[in-house]
Design a protein around this ligand. Sequence first.
Ligand code: HEC
Ligand code: HEC
Length: 302
Amino acid sequence: MKAILKRVGIALGVVIGLPVFVLLVLYGMGQARLSKTYEISAEIVTIPNDAESLLEGKRIFQYRGCEACHGEKLQGLIYLDNPAIGRVITPNLTTGQGGIGAQRTDEDLVRAIKHGIRTDGTPLLFMPSTEFYFLSGTDLGKVLAYIRSIPPVDNETPPSSLSFTGFVVMNIVKDITFIPAELIPHNDSPPIAPVRGVTAQYGEYLSMSCKVCHGLTLSGGKIPGFPAEWSAAPNLTSGKGGRLPQWGEAGFMEIIRNGEKHGRRINSSYMPWKSYRHMTDDELRAVYMYLMSLPPRDFGRR
Ligand code: HEC
Ligand code: HEC
């Protein structure tokens, strides 16, 4: 009898103990990834101060999606609030109360934007620096000029934090990039941005964020790691299911500017056209040229 009880006891211990052990290990792995420090040599960016560059900086801040995540006054917003993952808050970038503007050097900002790294060398959560690593020094300089010109806004924001399950999920769900800094080749020589112009090459430079949702080949499909109720991303190539060749350049510009074309409306909470509409006609032309230069792919062959 005793022997049986002992065996049941061991079995129970394994059944309950093993998962707890695995969870604790995964939690520890998550903690280690977030407290790792990255050594990144500071890049020097020239910051212009003429009115035209400031306006350009604002526009870049808008069409690169910074404003959508950081707020119209750069005051900071709740990016994610989900007990299963945690609370991630974009910081107040101004010099007002609770803002980090006054405490950060230009090099700190460059490291945060291009490398996704905090001042203490640890990685930022969800800040999509993989898209900004390629930014030209000129564009980045204008963005910094704009950030520095913003009037102070008082907004105290608590630091971002992950929940216990967030640390665990981070290690098992590969489709969600919790720590963009892990994907950036920090110590390679910085990429050289193409010259501005209505070219497919410059269009590609402007389209870095599109691939997150439309896929690396831009052929669309279900967006991995995003909520199930989201629409699939459409095919942006001229392959099967792609609407852009029929719409043409003018139609493409229309849907990006107004979110609507031929009665087809696109949802701005899924497709950030309200950010992209700040691109100039020439920039949108370059993006269209790039999309039409891609090898045609059938829908969803990401
Ligand atoms: C998808 C949303 C998103 C976009 C787009 C985005 N950010 Fe962020 N950003 C974040 C989050 C979230 C954090 C804070 C992460 C944390 O607390 O760990 C952050 C942090 C930062 C920081 C770090 C501040 C510090 O603590 O030192 C700076 C600077 C910054 N972002 C600037 C920008 C700029 C400039 C752009 C556009 C080029 C941009 N962000 C685009 C989400 C975003
Ligand atoms: C956060 C995800 C996301 C990003 C980033 C994104 N898209 Fe989209 N896009 C979508 C989704 C989802 C739809 C479909 C929306 C709907 O049906 O309401 C869509 C629709 C479109 C459409 C309409 C096409 C059609 O056939 O209906 C175009 C054009 C488009 N996106 C272009 C772009 C371009 C260009 C970029 C980058 C500059 C981009 N998207 C970035 C998710 C995204």
